[in-house]
Design a protein. Structure first.
Length: 289
């Protein structure tokens, strides 16, 4: 766990320091918003459903300031989004996991735009409030199958997992299961995106799942809760200071160097600005500054 966080922090520092903005503009766009010039054209972004609330907020701001600009964001998952970026179907992709070496070697360039904690959430009837990292790995690998094994009531644990195209799935696997040397249990309900996980956990007795920090509110509104892991609750503060053990970076990626004055560059600049930090915070995630 500690090694993963060290590597993650180093990657974040490197990305932020370098500001290696990436490209793939499909249509001409003039100078950036800060110059007073307008942006125009039709663009398709997509990828991570975790990044989507941030992307939607930035897109809304850019489109509002530029009447000739149209941008859509398709929440297809990190893996699919990055594949479509490589293929040229998208000109910017959101990713809620570190890019693979093969993706970097193909020319994709990631930029960290926020931090996130992967919150472990349970149905309202689960009395357990805190588990260890090793318990968490045992639950999702199928070694622990009843809440009474963790001091709760005699009730079957129902696993809600993400599909393999999900960046949240990959990050959770790397941080929690790979560190323990185990694999995901096949006995799980699979959900396509964070909102579906939240809905299934809220409606399934004994359920446990995991979502991006920005989606915890959906669980709490339904009476459920986020568990503490190793005594640490998921929050902006514990993610930012590195004490919450299931934390990660959120990225946008482009295919090759970004063109100066492009819509993709304007998106990245806005996401990293003070106004972008407000969008990140409002979405329930953690801005870099």
């Amino acid at each position: 766990m500690k090694l993963h966080r060290i590597v993650l922090c180093a990657a974040i520092a490197l990305c932020v320091a370098s500001l290696a903005f990436a490209g793939g503009a499909k249509e001409s766009a003039s100078a950036q918003l800060s110059t007073g010039s307008s942006l125009a054209g039709t663009y398709t972004f997509g990828g991570s459903t975790t990044v989507q609330p941030i992307a939607n907020g930035v897109i809304e701001a850019l489109v509002a300031a530029n009447p000739g600009l149209k941008i859509s964001y398709e929440g297809v998952g990190s893996g699919t989004g990055l594949k479509q970026l490589s293929a040229g179907t998208l000109s910017l992709a959101g990713a809620s996991r570190d890019l693979k070496q093969s993706e970097l070697d193909s020319g994709l360039v990631p930029v960290v735009i926020a931090k996130d904690g992967i919150a472990v959430v349970v149905n309202k009837d689960v009395s357990v409030a805190n588990i260890t990292s090793s318990d968490l790995a045992a639950i999702f690998s199928g070694s622990i199958t009843n809440w009474n094994q963790l001091g709760g009531k005699d009730e079957e644990i129902r696993l809600i997992n993400r599909d393999e195209a999900s960046g949240t799935y990959t990050s959770f696997k790397e941080i929690v299961l790979d560190a323990a040397g185990v694999e995901f249990s096949k006995n799980a309900i699979v959900a396509k995106e964070n909102g579906e996980v939240a809905a299934k956990v809220a409606s399934t007795p004994g359920a446990i799942g995991y979502v991006g920090l920005g989606f915890v509110e959906e669980i709490t509104k339904a009476g459920g809760k986020a568990l503490m892991i190793d005594g640490i609750a998921p929050s902006a503060d514990t993610v930012l200071d590195g004490t919450y053990p299931v934390s990660r970076a959120l990225y946008v990626a482009t295919n090759g160097p970004v063109a100066a004055g492009s819509v993709e560059e304007a998106f990245i600049n806005y996401a990293l600005s003070a106004r972008g930090a407000v969008i990140v915070t409002d979405a329930g995630f953690v801005p870099l500054n």
